[in-house]
Design a protein around this ligand. Structure first.
Ligand code: HEM
Length: 215
Protein backbone atom coordinates (compact mmCIF):
# COMPACT_ATOMS: atom_id res chain seq x y z
CA UNK A 1 0.00 0.00 0.00
CA UNK A 2 2.82 2.42 0.89
CA UNK A 3 4.67 1.57 -2.33
CA UNK A 4 1.66 1.78 -4.65
CA UNK A 5 0.28 5.02 -3.21
CA UNK A 6 3.85 6.41 -3.11
CA UNK A 7 4.45 5.63 -6.79
CA UNK A 8 1.12 7.22 -7.71
CA UNK A 9 2.08 10.37 -5.75
CA UNK A 10 5.48 10.39 -7.52
CA UNK A 11 3.65 10.34 -10.85
CA UNK A 12 1.38 13.13 -9.64
CA UNK A 13 4.46 15.19 -8.72
CA UNK A 14 5.81 14.94 -12.29
CA UNK A 15 2.51 16.07 -13.84
CA UNK A 16 2.07 18.80 -11.21
CA UNK A 17 5.60 20.07 -11.82
CA UNK A 18 5.17 20.24 -15.60
CA UNK A 19 1.93 22.19 -15.12
CA UNK A 20 3.41 24.56 -12.55
CA UNK A 21 6.53 25.33 -14.60
CA UNK A 22 4.19 27.26 -16.91
CA UNK A 23 4.15 29.89 -14.15
CA UNK A 24 7.63 30.80 -15.42
CA UNK A 25 6.57 31.12 -19.09
CA UNK A 26 7.01 34.90 -18.92
CA UNK A 27 3.62 35.59 -20.53
CA UNK A 28 1.97 37.26 -17.54
CA UNK A 29 0.35 33.96 -16.54
CA UNK A 30 -1.79 33.29 -19.64
CA UNK A 31 -0.57 29.74 -20.27
CA UNK A 32 -0.85 28.84 -16.58
CA UNK A 33 -4.37 30.26 -16.34
CA UNK A 34 -5.48 28.39 -19.47
CA UNK A 35 -3.94 25.18 -18.08
CA UNK A 36 -5.60 25.74 -14.70
CA UNK A 37 -8.97 26.36 -16.42
CA UNK A 38 -8.61 23.14 -18.44
CA UNK A 39 -7.68 21.10 -15.32
CA UNK A 40 -10.61 22.39 -13.27
CA UNK A 41 -13.11 21.71 -16.10
CA UNK A 42 -11.98 18.20 -17.06
CA UNK A 43 -14.04 15.36 -15.58
CA UNK A 44 -11.09 12.96 -15.93
CA UNK A 45 -8.70 15.30 -14.08
CA UNK A 46 -11.26 15.97 -11.35
CA UNK A 47 -11.70 12.20 -10.86
CA UNK A 48 -7.91 11.66 -10.70
CA UNK A 49 -7.75 14.56 -8.24
CA UNK A 50 -10.16 12.76 -5.86
CA UNK A 51 -8.05 9.60 -6.17
CA UNK A 52 -4.99 11.70 -5.43
CA UNK A 53 -6.47 12.99 -2.16
CA UNK A 54 -7.53 9.45 -1.22
CA UNK A 55 -3.99 8.16 -1.87
CA UNK A 56 -2.42 10.95 0.20
CA UNK A 57 -4.69 10.04 3.14
CA UNK A 58 -4.03 6.29 2.69
CA UNK A 59 -0.26 6.91 2.47
CA UNK A 60 -0.31 8.85 5.76
CA UNK A 61 -2.65 6.46 7.61
CA UNK A 62 -0.70 3.37 6.51
CA UNK A 63 2.59 4.92 7.59
CA UNK A 64 1.12 5.51 11.08
CA UNK A 65 -0.25 1.96 11.25
CA UNK A 66 3.04 0.43 10.04
CA UNK A 67 5.17 2.32 12.54
CA UNK A 68 2.80 1.24 15.36
CA UNK A 69 3.17 -2.37 14.18
CA UNK A 70 6.95 -2.04 14.02
CA UNK A 71 7.08 -0.51 17.49
CA UNK A 72 4.77 -3.19 18.94
CA UNK A 73 6.91 -5.93 17.36
CA UNK A 74 10.12 -4.55 18.89
CA UNK A 75 9.61 -1.84 21.54
CA UNK A 76 13.30 -1.70 22.48
CA UNK A 77 16.00 -0.61 20.00
CA UNK A 78 18.88 -2.76 18.74
CA UNK A 79 22.14 -2.84 20.66
CA UNK A 80 25.11 -1.31 18.88
CA UNK A 81 22.81 0.72 16.56
CA UNK A 82 23.27 -1.49 13.47
CA UNK A 83 20.77 0.68 11.55
CA UNK A 84 23.35 3.47 11.47
CA UNK A 85 25.67 1.26 9.45
CA UNK A 86 23.13 -0.23 7.09
CA UNK A 87 20.42 2.40 6.55
CA UNK A 88 20.62 5.88 5.01
CA UNK A 89 19.69 9.00 6.99
CA UNK A 90 16.57 9.44 4.82
CA UNK A 91 15.35 5.90 5.45
CA UNK A 92 15.71 6.28 9.23
CA UNK A 93 13.82 9.58 9.24
CA UNK A 94 10.95 8.94 6.84
CA UNK A 95 8.38 9.66 9.59
CA UNK A 96 9.83 13.10 10.40
CA UNK A 97 10.30 13.93 6.72
CA UNK A 98 6.75 12.81 5.94
CA UNK A 99 5.35 14.88 8.81
CA UNK A 100 7.06 18.03 7.50
CA UNK A 101 5.70 17.31 4.01
CA UNK A 102 2.21 16.85 5.50
CA UNK A 103 2.51 20.25 7.22
CA UNK A 104 3.69 21.73 3.91
CA UNK A 105 0.68 20.17 2.16
CA UNK A 106 -1.77 21.65 4.68
CA UNK A 107 -0.33 25.16 4.16
CA UNK A 108 -0.11 24.55 0.39
CA UNK A 109 -3.66 23.28 -0.06
CA UNK A 110 -5.08 26.07 2.09
CA UNK A 111 -3.12 28.73 0.19
CA UNK A 112 -3.72 27.52 -3.37
CA UNK A 113 -6.18 24.66 -3.77
CA UNK A 114 -8.77 25.97 -1.26
CA UNK A 115 -8.23 29.57 -2.31
CA UNK A 116 -8.72 28.77 -6.01
CA UNK A 117 -11.78 26.59 -5.37
CA UNK A 118 -13.60 28.57 -2.67
CA UNK A 119 -11.85 31.96 -2.46
CA UNK A 120 -12.53 35.23 -4.30
CA UNK A 121 -10.27 34.68 -7.32
CA UNK A 122 -9.91 37.65 -9.70
CA UNK A 123 -10.82 37.13 -13.37
CA UNK A 124 -8.89 38.12 -16.46
CA UNK A 125 -9.96 38.41 -20.11
CA UNK A 126 -7.36 37.66 -22.79
CA UNK A 127 -7.52 38.92 -26.37
CA UNK A 128 -9.14 36.27 -28.61
CA UNK A 129 -10.35 34.16 -25.66
CA UNK A 130 -14.06 33.15 -25.61
CA UNK A 131 -14.57 33.78 -21.86
CA UNK A 132 -12.82 35.37 -18.86
CA UNK A 133 -10.57 33.03 -16.87
CA UNK A 134 -9.78 32.77 -13.18
CA UNK A 135 -6.45 34.51 -12.64
CA UNK A 136 -4.82 31.66 -10.69
CA UNK A 137 -1.43 33.09 -11.67
CA UNK A 138 -2.23 36.24 -9.69
CA UNK A 139 -3.03 34.17 -6.56
CA UNK A 140 0.29 32.31 -6.80
CA UNK A 141 2.20 35.51 -7.59
CA UNK A 142 0.75 37.32 -4.56
CA UNK A 143 1.63 34.36 -2.33
CA UNK A 144 5.26 34.16 -3.48
CA UNK A 145 5.72 37.92 -3.18
CA UNK A 146 5.90 37.24 0.59
CA UNK A 147 9.47 36.24 1.48
CA UNK A 148 8.42 33.87 4.29
CA UNK A 149 6.02 32.02 2.02
CA UNK A 150 8.56 31.58 -0.78
CA UNK A 151 11.19 30.59 1.81
CA UNK A 152 8.86 28.06 3.40
CA UNK A 153 8.29 26.41 0.00
CA UNK A 154 12.00 26.28 -0.82
CA UNK A 155 12.84 24.77 2.59
CA UNK A 156 10.00 22.23 2.32
CA UNK A 157 11.41 21.06 -1.01
CA UNK A 158 14.64 20.02 0.78
CA UNK A 159 12.56 17.73 3.01
CA UNK A 160 10.66 16.45 -0.03
CA UNK A 161 14.01 15.63 -1.69
CA UNK A 162 15.16 13.50 1.25
CA UNK A 163 11.75 11.79 1.49
CA UNK A 164 11.86 10.95 -2.23
CA UNK A 165 15.48 9.81 -2.02
CA UNK A 166 14.47 6.88 0.15
CA UNK A 167 10.85 6.54 -1.01
CA UNK A 168 11.61 6.14 -4.72
CA UNK A 169 13.92 3.15 -4.45
CA UNK A 170 12.05 1.73 -1.45
CA UNK A 171 8.81 1.52 -3.47
CA UNK A 172 10.49 -0.61 -6.15
CA UNK A 173 12.14 -2.73 -3.46
CA UNK A 174 8.81 -3.34 -1.66
CA UNK A 175 7.13 -4.38 -4.91
CA UNK A 176 9.93 -6.88 -5.55
CA UNK A 177 11.12 -5.05 -8.67
CA UNK A 178 14.56 -4.22 -7.34
CA UNK A 179 16.86 -7.17 -8.06
CA UNK A 180 20.67 -7.19 -8.36
CA UNK A 181 20.46 -6.29 -12.02
CA UNK A 182 18.15 -3.26 -11.71
CA UNK A 183 19.02 -2.04 -8.21
CA UNK A 184 21.89 0.30 -9.28
CA UNK A 185 19.72 1.78 -12.05
CA UNK A 186 16.75 2.31 -9.70
CA UNK A 187 19.04 3.95 -7.13
CA UNK A 188 20.56 6.29 -9.73
CA UNK A 189 17.21 7.27 -11.25
CA UNK A 190 15.81 7.72 -7.72
CA UNK A 191 18.66 10.00 -6.67
CA UNK A 192 18.42 12.12 -9.83
CA UNK A 193 14.62 12.33 -9.39
CA UNK A 194 14.93 13.26 -5.68
CA UNK A 195 17.29 16.14 -6.55
CA UNK A 196 15.82 17.39 -9.83
CA UNK A 197 12.09 17.42 -9.04
CA UNK A 198 12.27 19.32 -5.69
CA UNK A 199 14.86 21.71 -7.21
CA UNK A 200 12.53 22.58 -10.09
CA UNK A 201 9.61 22.99 -7.67
CA UNK A 202 11.78 25.29 -5.51
CA UNK A 203 12.82 27.29 -8.59
CA UNK A 204 9.21 28.51 -9.02
CA UNK A 205 8.85 30.42 -5.67
CA UNK A 206 12.49 31.55 -5.94
CA UNK A 207 12.05 33.08 -9.42
CA UNK A 208 8.58 34.49 -8.69
CA UNK A 209 9.79 36.11 -5.47
CA UNK A 210 12.70 37.74 -7.32
CA UNK A 211 10.25 38.90 -10.01
CA UNK A 212 8.07 40.47 -7.31
CA UNK A 213 11.16 42.45 -6.19
CA UNK A 214 11.54 43.76 -9.73
CA UNK A 215 14.38 41.49 -11.01
C1 HEM B 1 6.27 25.66 -6.48
C2 HEM B 1 5.63 24.60 -6.21
C3 HEM B 1 4.15 24.40 -6.35
C4 HEM B 1 3.18 25.22 -6.91
C5 HEM B 1 3.34 26.57 -7.58
C6 HEM B 1 1.92 24.53 -6.76
C7 HEM B 1 0.70 25.02 -7.18
C8 HEM B 1 -0.51 24.43 -6.96
C9 HEM B 1 -1.79 24.98 -7.30
C10 HEM B 1 -2.00 26.34 -8.00
C11 HEM B 1 -2.75 24.08 -6.93
C12 HEM B 1 -4.28 24.24 -7.09
C13 HEM B 1 -4.71 23.62 -8.37
C14 HEM B 1 -6.21 23.75 -8.55
O1 HEM B 1 -6.96 23.19 -7.76
O2 HEM B 1 -6.61 24.42 -9.52
C15 HEM B 1 -2.08 22.97 -6.34
C16 HEM B 1 -2.71 21.83 -5.88
C17 HEM B 1 -2.05 20.78 -5.27
N1 HEM B 1 -0.72 20.67 -5.01
FE1 HEM B 1 0.70 21.98 -5.57
N2 HEM B 1 2.14 23.33 -6.13
C18 HEM B 1 3.48 23.22 -5.86
C19 HEM B 1 4.12 22.17 -5.23
C20 HEM B 1 3.51 21.05 -4.72
C21 HEM B 1 4.18 19.95 -4.09
C22 HEM B 1 5.70 19.85 -3.91
C23 HEM B 1 3.23 19.04 -3.73
C24 HEM B 1 3.37 17.73 -3.04
C25 HEM B 1 4.33 17.44 -2.20
C26 HEM B 1 1.96 19.58 -4.16
C27 HEM B 1 0.74 18.96 -3.97
C28 HEM B 1 -0.48 19.47 -4.39
C29 HEM B 1 -1.73 18.75 -4.26
C30 HEM B 1 -1.91 17.37 -3.64
C31 HEM B 1 -2.72 19.57 -4.82
C32 HEM B 1 -4.21 19.27 -4.97
C33 HEM B 1 -4.30 18.66 -6.36
C34 HEM B 1 -5.66 18.16 -6.69
O3 HEM B 1 -6.61 18.95 -6.82
O4 HEM B 1 -5.74 16.94 -6.88
N3 HEM B 1 2.16 20.80 -4.76
N4 HEM B 1 -0.73 23.20 -6.35
Amino acid sequence: MMALTGLFLILFLVVHLIGNLQLLAGDGGRRFNEYSHFMSHSLLIQTVSKLNFAFIILHVLYSLWLSRQAHAARPQGYEGKPALQTATWSSRNMGILGTVILLFLIVHLKGFWYELKFGAVPSITYAGAPEPLHNAYQVVRAAYAQAWYAGFYILSMVFLGFHLHHGFQSAFHTLGLSNYRYKPLIRTVGTVFAILVPMLFALIPAVMHLQSLGY
